[in-house]
Design a protein around this ligand. Structure first.
Ligand code: B3K
Ligand code: ZN
Length: 844
């Protein structure tokens, strides 16, 4: 495998003015004709004419209408070309129906569809498949299917053909084509300057009833981007297509977004509240890419965070505006700790802007996306909201139509603020999660906080100089009043003191409010102080965080020392659950426990080898104790959160259902499942149905309901994914591998479909105690299936290796079991470069 380095970047020797593509569709033998206007790139020195191309049969090639004989390899072709501008033409043949990797042009249920990011276009035709080569695309599709779509605006169509033209120059990774027997859910949007845009959501016949929510989300996104970022849509149509076989959530192809059907189709009967929220966010994310990604794209794939970090940041702002900002922030931090922190503190750690890679698809990571978004948040906190808005305006004005770098991005901020951002830039170049520790001093009137930062070494980066960390701090008085409102401290040194003068009494500090930076706060404050903050903190994030840290400490003390559940925690959560001045969604989040994998990570950080079974048991015991503590109030809590109005997937109703679900899960621990069975029988939406079923399965009941559920939903593939996944995630630790194994033998286990594969294997990997069961059965099962999937779909396979990234935390026996499986996979003949790279990095 070859390693590609950021430092080796060089522009391509030629520019593309225009490209015309003609597709003659046939499942096994699609012909692709390309005609491309090239001219020498004045900014390049190397004039090698190399075009990427993989898995293509070259039929013919011409330059300026004369046949040529290029030199063809497995990776592409080279050819001698004229000194000046020239026209390049090729005819190639490809096999969409044999394309199981779901990259390039492939088929899903008889429908043609494409996925080109990052390097899939080279499986469609010969082309400089790199994001800094931008061209104007015209596309003609010949095919006997009712719907024929590509990027841009429709030009012409008739029996068996359609023509499209995209006036906005774009890199090849944003190319898309869809052809199939589809139906449209249509609407319109008028932009701020009066452009009338036709909106279509194309789905398989039968799915028409699951489109309305996605369409509303699209219109809200379009409006929000005009209002908040001044960004207007720029074509006459915006099309979204839902496809069942897709490697990730969705793709922002210009004017033709393609979505995993799980990320767009929704109805109250088949989708949970969490599904609705996720769909709204993904629709917004892909739409927002139209400016942050498409109009301004990336120079090279090392700059991926330029579009992804910023677009995740923007979609989080959107969700915060549409729903609850506090709830969204807490959800994002839960997710960051579950997925990004393990990555950043293990063998797969890499900078937000990586400096090298073998397979770029392996770098669509939580670090690039979610930490990339956190880094934008840090920047905004450092420069302030006004300067952020001005810098964004300058970024859009200056770089529209360009392929940019992180340096371009930072330059607009430096210009607008006059601030030197070289220390801030370490957030892009240095991997690893900083640890911030706190020391306090009180002399009777002056309170001094001394903050220290330290970032552990990561692969290839032994030393980490201090970086700039915005630490939002507020000070509370003994009765909970704010003595000092939130102030943004800027920690720039390894160790730095901050003084607060003239205080009437020793304050209680609320540190890292709103989670102002993605760091680990090492602070050994007394339980009484955490309980105080849980009751009084005026910052909703830190109030939640106080409860979270109490939960973490009590559960770890139970797991490691056999301690009893901490009464301050139980009483504090009891009080929160009862407090109906608090948002139900927020109360539900307060009652949650940290994930078991996260708890294992915390123990590891503290130098203790985690025992997954002990952590599992401690969590169970703590939940049981919470149920006992809340026994008297639970029935009322459950009744009070009942939603009588017709189902709406909005923040208010879903918050109530979340809290009712919390109550039901606790009640089930006391009544053995009586109420859950009633709830299941009466459920008229998927949120209630699934919550009740999960509660029953947890109680060791629910066999009847599980088979009823199967019969009810056997024809709905998205609901069936839930049926598969839930059984594995609810399985007891000693049964998880067995349950997953049995499900892989089920007639509906269509393992080539990424959603179905992930439903089972993803659930197994996140059932912490089940996955890490001492028998090693789950490790072996996952390895078997990764070996089987790798030749079929390397991308989806490689992503699942993250299940093993934390392996060094565990005891020698488990490490040996995992190492044996990784070595077994690595020894598989013809293992994909994707999986090979992942194993090499994880194995270290
Ligand atoms: N840009 C795509 C991700 C493509 C992944 C390629 N392996 C979706 C998104 O981030 O919006
Ligand atoms: Zn994205």
């Amino acid at each position: 495998p070859t390693t590609i380095y950021l430092k080796d970047y060089a522009p391509f020797g030629y520019l593309v003015d225009e490209i015309s593509l003609t597709f003659d569709l046939a499942p096994n033998a699609t012909r692709v004709h390309s005609r491309i206007a090239f001219r020498p790139n004045p900014d390049a020195t190397d004039r090698t004419f190399f075009l990427h191309g993989e898995q293509l049969s070259l039929i013919s090639a011409r330059i300026d209408d004369q046949p040529v004989e290029p030199e063809v390899t497995e990776k592409g072709l080279t050819c001698k070309v004229p000194d000046g501008p020239f026209t390049w033409e090729t005819e190639v043949e490809i096999d969409p129906s044999g394309n199981t990797a779901l990259e390039g042009l492939y088929m899903s249920n008889g429908m043609y569809c494409t996925q080109c990011e990052a390097e899939g276009f080279r499986k469609i035709t010969y082309y400089p498949d790199r994001p800094d080569v931008m061209g104007v695309f015209s596309v003609r599709i010949n095919g006997d299917l009712p719907v024929l779509l590509s990027n841009g605006n429709p030009v012409d169509s008739g029996e068996g053909f359609a023509e499209w033209h995209d006036p906005w120059p774009k890199p090849a990774y944003l190319f898309a084509l869809v052809a199939g027997d589809l139906v449209a859910h249509s609407d319109r949007f008028t932009t701020v300057s009066g452009r009338d845009v036709a909106l279509n959501l194309y789905v398989r016949p039968g799915d028409e009833g699951k489109c309305a929510f996605g369409m509303e989300a699209l219109k809200k996104s379009m409006k929000w981007d005009e209002d908040v970022y001044g960004r207007e849509y720029d074509l006459d149509v915006f099309n979204i297509v839902a496809v069942d076989d897709f490697n990730m959530g969705a793709m922002e192809n210009k004017g033709l977004n393609i979505f995993n059907s799980s990320a767009v189709l929704a109805s109250p009967e088949t989708s949970t509240d969490a599904n609705f929220e996720r769909i709204e966010a993904i629709i917004a994310h892909e739409y927002f890419h139209n400016w942050t990604g498409n109009r301004i794209t990336c120079r090279d794939w090392f700059q991926l965070c330029l579009k992804e970090g910023l677009t995740v940041f923007r979609d989080a702002q959107f969700t915060a505006d549409m729903r609850s900002a506090a709830v969204k922030r807490i959800e994002d931090v839960i997710d960051l700790r579950a997925r990004q922190f393990p990555e950043d503190n293990g063998p797969l750690a890499h900078p937000v802007r990586p400096e090298s890679f073998q397979e770029i698809n392996n770098f669509y990571t939580a670090t690039v996306y979610e930490k990339g978004a956190e880094v934008i948040g840090i920047l905004k906190r450092l420069v302030g909201d006004r300067a952020y808005a001005e810098a964004l305006d300058l970024y859009f004005a200056r770089h529209d139509g360009q392929a940019c770098t992180i340096e371009d991005w930072l330059a607009v901020f430096e210009e607008v603020t006059g601030r030197d951002l070289s220390q801030f830039k370490r957030w892009y170049s240095d991997a690893g999660t900083p640890r911030v520790s706190v020391q306090e001093d009180w002399d009777g009137s002056t309170y001094t906080l001394t903050l220290s930062q330290q970032t552990p070494p990561t692969p290839g980066q032994p030393d980490k100089p201090p970086r700039v960390i915005p630490v939002a701090v507020g000070l509370l008085g003994p009765n909970g009043d704010e003595l000092r409102p939130t102030e943004m401290l800027e920690l720039t040194e390894a160790r730095q003191s901050f003084r607060f003068d003239g205080l009437p009494s020793k304050p209680v500090p609320s540190i890292l409010r709103e989670f102002s930076a993605p760091v680990i706060l090492d602070r050994d404050s007394p339980t009484s102080e955490r309980a105080f903050l849980l009751a009084h903190d005026t910052d909703p994030f830190n109030r939640w965080e106080a409860g979270r840290s109490l939960a973490r400490d009590t559960v770890l003390a139970m797991a490691v020392d056999g301690a009893a559940p901490n009464a301050s925690y139980l009483d504090g959560i009891h009080a929160v659950l009862r407090d109906d001045t608090l948002d139900p969604a927020y109360r539900a989040l307060m009652a949650g426990l940290p994930g078991q994998s996260e708890l294992a990570g915390t123990l590891h950080e503290r130098g203790i080898t985690p025992d997954p079974m002990a952590i599992y048991q401690a969590c169970e015991d703590l939940r049981q104790a919470l149920a006992e503590t809340c026994r008297d109030m639970l029935p009322r809590l459950h009744a009070d959160t009942r939603v009588d109005a017709p189902y709406a997937p909005d923040a208010e109703q879903s918050g109530k259902r979340a809290l009712a679900g919390t109550a039901l899960a606790l009640i089930t621990r006391l009544d053995g499942g009586e109420l859950a069975a009633e709830e299941y029988a009466a459920a008229d939406n998927m949120t209630l149905q699934l919550t009740a079923l999960a509660a029953l399965l947890h109680a060791g009941k629910g066999e009847t309901q599980l088979s009823q559920f199967h019969d009810q939903w056997r024809d709905d593939r998205l609901v069936m994914d839930k049926w598969f996944g839930l059984q594995v995630s609810m399985a007891k630790p000693d049964r998880a591998a067995q349950v997953a194994q049995a499900l892989t033998q089920h007639a509906d286990f269509n393992w080539k479909n990424p959603n179905r594969f992930r439903a089972v294997m993803g659930a197994l990997a996140t059932n912490h105690a089940g996955f890490h069961h001492a028998s090693g059965a789950a490790y072996a099962l996952l390895a078997d299936w990764l070996i089987r999937l790798d030749p079929v779909n390397p991308q989806t396979t490689a992503r699942m290796f993250t299940a093993f990234q934390t392996w060094r935390r565990y005891d020698a026996d488990r490490q040996a079991l995992i190492a044996a499986q990784l070595d077994r996979i690595a020894a598989t003949p013809d293992l994909s470069p994707d999986s090979t790279e992942m194993i090499a990095r994880i194995r270290g």
